[in-house]
Design a protein around this ligand. Structure first.
Ligand code: KG4
Ligand code: ZN
Length: 341
């Protein structure tokens, strides 16, 4: 089965061709530079950029895969959640193509696709979902922070999520307070390598609460007050590295401890993680250590598949087709606030 998948929920225009669990191409045009000037994603600009880039990116994906549109069996696109106008571009393009080619269309939940990205790996990049179920899955990015219990394929339950800022948003916004460019997450990761994570003490929000929820806005506020009270610190590179390491340690500790606690309580044997923040080296390392200590198998999405991409949309679409899951009609609308349940 050969599927063309589109992802335009935020600031990456991505098109992938997948066939029988393998990624034949996965082209991603990032808009990061466009939005950096504004310190965050500007929804209207994101949508216009998708309009400009979608067809060239789709042509590249088809060319790279060596596939013509006549060989496609189905089309898929992210249906939500995401920025409304950005979602519309990819969803309507995929539906129009499905209509013109008289092929099925599969609307995909963005977070559910992140759940599957740790399973797209290895040289063959074969999707292998069944060996490590049930598992507890952490999805952490600029827009979402979720803990999900994956009971079996296409069968999951959200355990908890952020009640305010997402973890990536916390990286980006605290970085902005330090004067770092958007998105600050990858830069904090690099600077933290040279810093002392115990240099400054920041709160670990909701760490000891008896639920699987997260909160990062208080941490952001405490960094704001800390910088207000120590303005000279930002001129000292060594201290900025210490600050990055200390903030990162607070975020990572909460994510790792709450993930492990949920995994123990749910009695699973495996933990997985995906989403842009899963690129973070400290998070990967601490998850590896904590899983090894507690006897959990760990599956982290490959770094190139942590951030938003259409390959994960295509792989999940294929699984849904194979499982004969109900498909949306061609005039199905976008679902900007679509909650994963
Ligand atoms: O999954 P993604 O590409 O888009 C969303 O759906 O949000 O994630 C982007 C987020 C940004 O907040 C970015 O700062 C963060 O992931 N991020 C990182 C790292 N790489 C990306 N945060 C911390 N450390 C990193 N290495
Ligand atoms: Zn995402």
């Amino acid at each position: 089965m050969t599927i063309l998948a589109l992802e335009t929920s935020c600031d990456e225009t991505s098109v992938a061709v997948v066939r029988d669990g393998k990624i034949l191409s996965n082209v991603v045009a990032s808009q990061v530079e466009l939005h950096a000037e504004y310190g965050g994603v500007v929804p209207e600009l994101a949508a216009r950029e998708h309009l400009k880039n979608l067809l060239p990116v789709a042509q590249s994906a088809l060319r790279e895969a060596g596939i013509s549109v006549a060989q496609l069996d189905a089309l898929a696109a992210t249906q939500g959640p995401g920025l409304p106008n950005a979602l519309l571009v990819g969803l309507k393009a995929a539906q129009a193509a499905a209509f013109a080619l008289n092929k099925p269309f599969i609307g995909i939940h963005h977070h559910e696709a992140h759940l599957y990205s740790p399973w797209i790996s290895g040289e063959t990049r074969a999707a292998d979902f069944s060996n490590f179920q049930p598992n507890v899955s952490l999805i952490v990015s600029g827009g979402h922070t979720l803990l999900v219990l994956v009971k079996s394929e296409l069968n999951h339950r959200v355990l908890g999520g952020t009640i305010d800022d997402a973890a990536g948003e916390c990286f980006d916004k605290t970085g902005k307070l330090m004067g770092l460019p958007y998105p600050a997450g990858p830069l904090i990761d690099r600077l933290a390598e040279q810093g002392n994570p115990k240099a400054f003490e920041f709160p670990r929000p909701l760490l000891h609460d008896a639920n699987d929820d997260f909160s990062f806005s208080g941490l952001k506020t405490s960094v704001r007050y800390f910088i207000r009270d120590h303005p000279a610190l930002l001129a000292d590179r060594e201290k900025v590295c210490d600050l990055c390491a200390s903030v990162q340690a607070a975020i990572v500790e909460v994510l790792v401890k709450k993930t492990i606690r949920a995994a123990k309580r749910e009695g699973v044997r495996c933990v997985t993680a995906s989403g842009g923040v899963t690129c973070n080296r400290a998070l990967r390392l601490e998850l590896e250590r904590a899983c090894a200590r507690n006897g959990f198998a760990l599956r982290l999405a490959e770094k190139s598949l942590c951030t938003d991409n259409a390959a994960m949309i295509g792989i999940l679409a294929e699984r849904k087709l194979l499982a004969r899951a109900p498909l949306p009609s061609l005039d199905e609308e976008i679902k900007p606030g679509w909650a994963l349940v």
